[in-house]
Structure formats: C-alpha cells, structure tokens
Design a protein around this ligand. Structure first.
Ligand code: G3H
Length: 542
C-alpha cells in the first residue's frame, strides 16, 4: 500500500478538519509597510492559493483560496527603497549610528511581539506551503532561537570591539559597521526561517532593509507587519509585495542597494545582480541551487543509510535546498538498499499538514506535479524503473514519491534539481564515477557519505573537501546547527551564513586610528569620558 488511503480520498471535507486548523475566511491584504506606516494598496492583487483542496458534498474538489496580496508596481517599491535610503541617511541615520545595546533592545521588542503570533504563522505555514504541523512549529521556534542566538553573538562581538588596540605606535579601535541598504528575499520552502536568517542580522548590524516575502508563504508575514512597524524606527524595515520582475528589478537598477540577500535560483540571482549599475557597491549573500548527492559505499550500515537517506531525500517532500537529490549506491549493496528504501518510502504517511505523523503533503508550486511526471517519464523512457509500488501516482497537488533506478547521465533527473519527491538512484562500481560526478557538477553545497570503512570514507572526504561546503558522514545533509557555517561552492551559494558569519556578512570593519602620543591620548580619552561618540566608546554590554 502506498498510502493509508487511496489518493483520491486524500483531501478532506471541511468538517473533517479539526477546529484549530480550519481555514480562516480569505484575507484580502492590501497593506504593506513603508517608512513606519502600513500603506494601503488600491491596485491589483495576487491570489494566494493553498496546495490543499477540499472535497465537496458532490465529490468534486476545490482548491482553497486563502486570500490575496498586493501586486505593487515599481513606483511603490521605489518608495519603500527611498524610505530605507532616508533612514540610513548615508550612515548618519538614527539606526546605523545607534549604540549596539539599543539596537538589540529594538530586536528584543520585535521578538516578543513575534512570539505572540506563533499560532497564526504556524497555521499559515501549513495552509500556504503544505508544511506539516511539526515542521511548521519547528520553523517558527528555530527562527526565534536564531534571533536569540544572534543577539548573544552580537554582544560577544561588541565586547571584543569595546577595547582599544595598540600596534606599532598606532592606537586604534575597530568596530563592525553596517553596509547600507539591504534587500532581503527568502525562499518559499522556508519563508520565515531562511528570510529571517538574513533579515535579522542585516537589521541588528544597523542596515536598513527592504524585505520582499517569498513567492509562496506570503500571507504569513502579515501577522508580523505591526510588530515590525512598532519595534523599529520609521524606514528601518520596509515590507513590499509583488512580482520580482516589477519590484525587485527596479530596486536593483536604482543602484541604491548595498547588500543583496537572496535565497533562490542562481539564474534569478545572476539576472538581478546584473541590473545593479555599481557592481562593486553591491555585496551579495546568496543561497542557491543544489544537487546534493548521497553516496552509499559497499561497507555500510544499510539500516542507518536507508533511514538517513529517506529523511534526507523526502522531508518536506524533498523541497529543501539541502535535500539529498541523487543517490549513488554501490552495486554490491544495491538490491538490499532499494528493497529497504522503497519499503521505508511507502511507509511514510501521506495526508494534510495538520494530521498527526504526516510526512508527505501537497505541493505548493502550480504545475509541479506535471514537471515531476515529465522528469519521471524521461527517466523511465531511458531505462529507469519506478522501484516503489505506486511511486509517481498523483492527484491534484499531491505526488507520491518515486524511487527511480537505474539512473544514468542521459536522464534529466541526473542533472536537474527536482526539488520534489523524486529519488534517483545511480548504481556504481568504481568510486571514481562518483568523484567525477561531484567534480563536474555545477553545484557544490553538501554531500553525504554512508560507509564504515575508514580507508574508503577517508579517501572520499579528501576528494570532496574542496568541492562542497559540508560533508556529512552517515548522516543526511542539513543546514543546522545554525552555529555551523552554511555555504556552498560554484552555483550553490555566495558567502557564508551562520549566526556568527551573518553578522559579518552584513557589516564591514572600520578602524579609527591615531598616533599614540599624549595629545591624542588625551583627546580620545575626553571623547570617551564625555560620550562624544557612539563609535569611540569602551561601553561594555553585559
Ligand atoms: O532549503 C534549505 C534550508 O536551508 C535547509 O535547511 O537543512 O535545516 O532543512 P535544513
């Protein structure tokens, strides 16, 4: 059995949904945040559809409409940018010059308000992108933890900058200062978490921000707009909506963006970066495409490899940038691996996001099941088989995961980032084939090695450390813990994010230096004692 119930019965009737998770009446959102005010948009709106359908009494199904959001035009987006530029005021604005302890207090105020919206945001995560309850709660809580950790890390950073250094007769104080105006855009699979892992560091370091929510997972930002408005000075955080083509392109073409924080495709990032007329002014923090391989060696704990590879490939239906998107399995263990893997995949529970124990849910991208069918059929036409019973069956927005083997380089699924529930398995005999795949790949985010022979694992680690940003041994790929660096090579990323690194990505070190003599010592001492500068200070944050 592929699922506990036939796919045609997967979607519920309205009265079958528990009261706490019933969809709210559609929200017509017309407000957006500019210069500390919720503005009203009279123009066109974009409809927000849920991946979830409801079964009607006559047996038909209708896709749930959750509401609509403003389709701002370039002028409205540029007004948001003007507000951010004015609040930054060439680095002389209240926010970029504010003492770190005060900026932290603003972010803490925001966090307290954000926590009040947990239930609303979690519910919208489920309805807008189909993320299951447990993972939606985890996304919210992990984001709050990230903010707390960021505050700790900034205190740490500030403490180490609160002292003066004396080198070769030069007295200096080095501090990290903001870059300017940041444009932050997140992805639909982590519309809260991944966006906030750039937005919060950008803000707390003193940048002003224009934030455009992801293409899905848009309404869930609405409950936070008042918290943003009330927690930060006017213009420090501006939230815009609409198509990237009209809004973000205009922002980049203005040349006034200093930091571009974007999680999405490398093509999208490249197109936007090219619009900026002053390329050296622009710093980019990018999380991009990935095709992370899982490599199963002949000497391996097969149960662990299967367990990790199933969650690695299929949690949130494979819609994670860190998902295992291709598995290389040594032919000596291929049959055993496929048998156990297929059984585990078919034991995953399909259903609605709020149902207990649900692992597989409907997909939010329009046309996604058609795309997955096309990639699957291409592989089958070229000699792959669907290994698990029912794999590849679909209904409306739901697609039953398909395990494909043997996959080879002639197939689309060998190259394309499927970002969904297809698991290609490539049998191999010689490890060099796998090394060649990784070396030739356009991507270089992470990979997983499953094996217990020290010589084989050690050889692969050395072959791959200069190819990817993280190697996982006997474990799936993942971003966390957030204190570890998260980055990638080639088309997979630009810059490194972690709690510690993100503070550095959104700032630059500035040094104030003077020759160490009596007159200058006295001058600096007076500046500090009389609190004449917020940069030159020995204040220590506890
Ligand atoms: O989509 C990419 C996310 O950064 C992955 O995070 O590995 O914690 O799921 P995760």
């Amino acid at each position: 059995m592929t699922t506990a119930r036939p796919l045609a019965d997967l979607f519920p009737r309205l009265d079958e949904i528990p009261a706490a998770y019933q969809p709210d009446a559609p929200v017509e959102q017309r407000d957006y945040l500019v210069d500390g005010e919720l503005m009203h948009w009279d123009g066109p709106l974009a409809e927000v559809r849920s991946p979830v359908y409801l079964r009607e009494a006559d047996g038909s199904e209708r896709q749930v409409v959750l509401g609509s959001t403003p389709l701002l035009d370039a002028d409205a987006a540029l007004r948001a940018l003007d507000a951010a530029v004015a609040a930054y005021d060439y680095g002389r604005g209240a926010w970029p010059t504010m003492r770190v302890a005060e900026r932290i207090a603003h972010v803490e105020a925001f966090l307290a308000r954000m926590r009040e919206q947990r239930e609303a945001v979690v519910k919208l995560l489920m309805w807008e992108i189909g993320k299951n309850l447990k993972d939606s709660e985890k996304e919210f809580d992990r984001t709050c933890d990230y903010i707390v950790d960021t505050i700790h890390a900034l205190k740490e950073l500030d403490r180490s900058s609160s002292r003066f250094e004396l080198e070769q007769g030069t007295l200096g104080q080095i501090r990290r200062v903001p870059m300017g105006v940041a444009l932050c855009m997140g992805p639909y699979n982590y519309p809260l978490n991944e966006t906030f892992t750039t937005l919060i560091p950008a803000l707390i370091m003193g940048n002003t921000v224009v934030f455009k929510p992801a293409k899905f997972g848009v309404l869930l930002i609405r409950p936070l707009l008042e918290a943003f408005r009330d927690s930060f000075p006017a213009g420090v955080i501006n939230v815009i909506y609409g198509r990237g083509r009209e809004t973000v392109s205009a922002l980049m073409a203005s040349g006034k963006i200093d930091v571009f924080a974007f999680i999405g495709t490398h093509k999208g990032a490249a197109d936007l970066k090219k619009l900026h007329p002053r390329p050296h002014r622009l710093r980019a923090a990018l999380g991009l495409d990935a095709k992370n391989p899982g490599i199963v060696l002949p000497q391996v704990d097969l149960d662990n490899a299967v367990e990790e590879a199933v969650t690695g490939a299929l949690s949130f239906n494979g819609q994670r940038c860190t998902a295992l998107k291709i598995l290389f399995v040594h032919e000596a263990v291929l049959d055993g691996f496929l048998e156990r893997f297929a059984a585990r995949v078919n034991a995953l529970k399909a259903g609605m996001p709020w149902e207990p124990g649900v692992a597989l849910t409907p997909l939010p991208e329009p046309g996604k099941t058609d795309y997955l069918h096309a990639v699957l059929e291409d592989a089958v036409a070229k000699g792959a088989r669907v290994i698990n019973a029912g794999g590849g069956e679909s209904h409306q927005t739901f697609f039953q995961p398909a395990v494909l083997s043997p996959v080879d380089s002639s197939m689309r699924v060998y190259h394309e980032e499927q970002f969904g529930p297809l698991v290609p398995v490539v049998p191999y005999r010689d490890l060099q084939e796998v090394i060649d795949y990784v070396t030739a790949s356009d991507y270089g985010q992470q990979l997983s090695i499953f094996g217990n022979d020290p010589a084989q694992v050690g050889r692969l680690v050395d072959a791959f450390v200069n190819q990817v940003g993280r190697i996982n041994i006997n474990a799936q790929c993942q971003r966390g813990p957030d204190s570890y660096p998260f980055n990638g090579r080639k088309n997979s990323a630009e810059g490194t994010l972690s709690v510690h690194d993100a503070l550095r990505v959104f700032s630059i070190r500035t040094l104030v230096a003077t020759r160490f003599n009596e007159a200058n010592k006295e001058l600096v001492d007076r500046i500090i004692r009389d609190r004449q500068s917020s940069f030159l200070t020995t204040d220590y944050i506890f």
